[in-house]
Design a protein around this ligand. Structure first.
Ligand code: ADE
Length: 289
């Protein structure tokens, strides 16, 4: 009998990916089952409470499992607009997303982490990718797809775990492909020639929709394989899941360190994305009907 509502706005959201479908070691304060004009999100949203290291006050965090509680959504079928709209409805203004990815660069080994600073969209036009349609027109800036201020906090936390087996690359270009099939060798080599560092199937349009919703968004990537350009053997689901499981403890420690840091009083304006306020002309509170 966990409560189904939460009384206060929740500023921090976490979108968990493959291998990170829940966050143990956090106190569950509520499980909220929301509906949005774009349908239901991938999973009910769990509100976790974490004591602020500076004030001791419980800081709420909204957690959503991107692929659903039973991993039932293919990357192309994730109700991304509903996920972002539901988090925004709860008050979320900053998102830490987590995702597995293949490596397109020799130096990014399986199990390494990357905090990317750029992205190339290879899903464009295939998935619903905007809140602004049917007469609502808005073009949001997207030159920097990830929030550098949140990104810098994430990088600092990742480096603080380095002695404990976490290897972190401070930036990189993320290619987001449609899937569900992995790339051909020719595609994999093409993405490398474009400067791609890692490749996944889920960060876009998620980051684009977060930008439209004035939410500061940063993804943490965990490399789970060398994509097929590499001569170490072609990527398989077993390979991805094997590395993911083997490194799950590090992934959870990384996320926990980030949430600990973001719960500090000194980051309260950052997690409310006051630096984004007014950047977009419209909110997304209007129904598309
Ligand atoms: N997710 C994990 N590994 C991947 C790869 N090699 N390509 C696309 N998405 C991935």
């Amino acid at each position: 009998n966990v409560p189904t509502t939460y009384p206060d706005p929740v500023h921090i959201g976490v979108i968990g990916g493959t291998g990170l479908d829940h966050l143990p070691h956090f106190t569950k304060a509520a499980v909220v089952d929301l509906d949005t004009p774009w349908g239901k999100p991938s999973s009910p949203i769990t509100i976790l409470e974490h004591p602020s290291p500076t004030t001791g006050k419980p800081i709420p965090i909204a957690f959503i499992a991107r692929h659903g509680l039973h991993h039932q959504y293919l990357p192309s079928d994730i109700p991304v607009r509903a996920n972002i709209a539901a988090l925004r409805k709860l008050g979320v203004r900053s998102i830490i997303a987590f995702s597995a990815a293949g490596s397109l660069a020799e130096e990014v080994k399986p199990r390494d982490f990357v905090v990317p600073d750029q992205a190339i969209d290879r899903t464009k036009g295939i998935r619903p990718h905007t809140f602004f349609e049917d007469g609502f027109v808005l073009h949001v800036p997207f030159a920097d797809p990830f929030d550098n201020r949140i990104g810098d906090v994430v990088r600092k936390c990742g480096h603080s775990l380095e002695g404990d087996g976490v290897v972190l690359h401070d930036n990189g270009t993320l290619i987001v492909m449609e899937g569900p099939q992995f790339s051909t060798r020719a595609e994999s080599n093409l993405y490398r020639s474009w400067g791609g560092t890692i490749i996944n199937m889920s960060t876009l349009p998620e980051a684009k929709l977060a930008a439209e919703a004035e939410i500061a968004y940063q993804v943490i990537i965990m490399s789970t394989d060398y994509d097929c350009w590499h001569d170490s053997g072609d990527v398989t689901v077993e390979m991805v899941m094997g590395h993911m499981r083997a490194n799950a403890v590090n992934a959870r420690r990384f996320i926990a360190a980030v949430l600990d840091e973001l719960s500090k009083e000194e980051h309260s304006e950052l997690v409310q994305a006051t630096h984004l306020a007014g950047q977009r002309k419209f909110g997304i509170s209007t129904s598309p009907a």
